[in-house]
Design a protein around this ligand. Structure first.
Ligand SMILES: Nc1ncnc2c1ncn2[C@@H]1O[C@H](COP(=O)(O)OP(=O)(O)OP(=O)(O)O)[C@@H](O)[C@H]1O
Ligand SMILES: [Mg+2]
Length: 341
């Protein structure tokens, strides 16, 4: 039997993941493009471009074309999609595969149409869109066809989608910019204020992953963090503790919990009561911040759990949504576009 090359794609603001039907995840690359500022030429895409972040020579810039849950540079987004599809589909493009694509929630309808044309140019026969929280819920294996309330929170780098799903649809949903980048920015501000230490995005992310916690840490771990001394302008290495990073992340975590509370307040009471009974599911890479489920439970008194392998739930759901069943078809926005749109 001929192999099927249909794919599910999670075009995230920090990572692109592609899953092929029956083959699992075939691509996982940073959503980064490196360009020569003088000529506009694309020099590298994905992990090769990621290595250049914060350490490029003057004329080379490593850019994340999707930021804060939306498209910040369309031309580079196009380059990113082309390179990733070429990488994942290789020379099977002639079989004109089908794709199910999850985009950041803040992408506008015009940008969506333009992205669908790019998919067509990249060799896809037909691309259908799926809401990110719906894809994550399918990826987790959550059944939400019944009139019963389920809450899922997908916390990515640029944004978090908080959604209540029931009867096969999103009943209440909101997208907030409180995601992994928001936590990184809080760490950058904290270290600048407390230690006069200026650090880059990648260092902040490393500090968050190593020391970050949403609840007071049990053991006070430390690490050496190198940046620039804002007073002398010279490189400086500072010992930073997990207690300090907990302090830095307290407010952003409280902001997130406030958003969750507001979604619950806007949820029909019967569905809200189901969520109180069954709890909240966290997905997305940023949900891995240590102690986050406990912090939510302590504040809202709703049991909260982390999905298995949280950064792959969206793409797994996209790939499952390729199954030709009435249920899966009902989740897809049938937006197969001609290149003239
Ligand atoms: N162990 C960890 N602890 C805390 N944060 C983490 C951890 N591992 C990854 N992250 C964060 O997860 C985020 C990336 O998550 P993910 O890959 O789900 O984002 P994305 O899908 O590209 O973004 P979006 O969904 O906003 O478009 C980054 O901010 C990263 O720092
Ligand atoms: Mg994501």
């Amino acid at each position: 039997m001929a192999q099927n090359h249909d794919i599910g794609i999670d075009l995230g603001t920090s990572q692109v993941l592609i899953s092929a039907r029956g083959r699992g995840i075939v691509l996982r690359e940073p959503a980064v493009v490196a360009v020569d500022r003088n000529t506009g030429k694309v020099l590298a895409v994905g992990s090769d471009a990621y290595k250049l972040i914060g350490r490029t020579p003057g004329n080379v810039q490593a850019v994340r074309p999707l930021r804060q849950g939306t498209v910040s540079d369309f031309e580079l987004t196009k380059e990113l999609i082309h390179a990733m599809i070429k990488h994942a589909v290789g020379n099977h493009w002639f079989s004109r595969p089908r794709a199910v694509l999850a985009l950041p929630t803040g992408v506008s309808d015009t940008e969506k149409r333009a992205i669908l044309s790019v998919m067509l140019d990249a060799g896809m026969r037909k691309t259908q869109l799926i809401d990110k929280p719906v894809a994550s819920a399918i990826g987790i294996g959550l059944h939400f066809t019944e009139p019963y309330g389920n809450m899922i929170i997908d916390m990515g780098a640029g944004a978090s989608d908080i959604a209540v799903l029931s009867s096969s649809e999103v009943i209440v949903g909101t997208c907030t910019q409180i995601g992994g980048d928001y936590f990184d920015d809080a760490i950058i501000r904290y270290l600048r204020k407390k230690h006069n230490l200026l650090i880059g995005d990648r260092t902040a992310e490393e500090v968050k992953i190593t020391l970050g916690s949403a609840v007071p840490p049990d053991n006070d771990l430390t690490m050496h963090v190198t940046g620039r001394n804002l007073i002398s302008g010279l490189p400086k290495t500072q010992t930073v503790s997990s207690l300090e990073i907990y302090d830095a992340l307290k407010d952003p975590v409280a902001d997130l919990i406030e958003c969750i509370q507001s979604v619950i307040e806007h949820t029909p009471p019967q569905l809200a009561s189901d969520i109180f009974d069954d709890g909240i599911i966290l997905a997305g890479g940023a949900a891995q911040l240590s102690g986050l489920p406990d912090a939510i439970y302590q504040e809202l008194h709703i049991a909260t759990g982390l999905a298995d392998d949280p950064s792959t739930t969206t793409v797994t759901g996209c790939a499952r949504a390729l199954e030709n069943t009435p249920e899966m078809r009902s989740y897809l926005q049938d937006a197969s576009r001609s290149r003239f749109l």
